[in-house]
Design a protein around this ligand. Sequence first.
Ligand code: ADE
Length: 228
Amino acid sequence: MRIDILTLFPDMFQGPFSESIIKRAVEQGHVEIVLHDIRDYSTDKHRRVDDYPFGGGAGMVMQIEPIDRVISKLKGEREYDEVIYMSPDGKRLDQKIVNQLSLKGNLIILCGHYKGVDQRVRDNFITMEISIGDYVLTGGELAAAVVVDSVVRLIPGVISDETSALSDSFQDNLLAPPVYTRPAEYKGWKVPDILLSGHEAKIERWREEQALERTKRLRPDLLGEDQA
Ligand code: ADE
């Protein structure tokens, strides 16, 4: 998989992509993440990429030309499955969307800033708009990092224990069951006996029951039930 990220602040990705599982996924060649500074595609001598909104109003708007130049260049080099714009107006990210994106080959992710991008970018280049929740961030970078993190961990081979991704919260519209590790007792707080029993089938059933109970209690909306 290849993910091209178009941003005004490429350094914002240094943190999230230079540690842990995503870093290893890149090193092992499971994913190529390429950052593009949109300013490099400005034709302005001051590298400007934004301008005042037509019709007036507060805030600046990201101009179409630099974005067109970088997207057109990339599309001339390879095919892309989706051109995603990170925006609070977009479809709310959930595990279903993450699963679908993890099966794609090449993605472009555009991060907005200021008042957003010229509408003509959205109308002519964007195939999918994604929001990570009903709140407004200062820009799309943190949201893009969330998308990349959640998608990359699903690429086969990225998480060494493949079943661990399958038993994630949300995979069956259920939250994950509780987990424990050693010591079996700490300050009098005990691990449930069943997990120490060695009885695989019973443990599996217990986990399913726990997942269902947790989901009913904490996220009944996932089961199509009203939230308490
Ligand atoms: N950009 C600003 N806020 C955002 C959000 N909630 N989701 C995705 N992109 C954003």
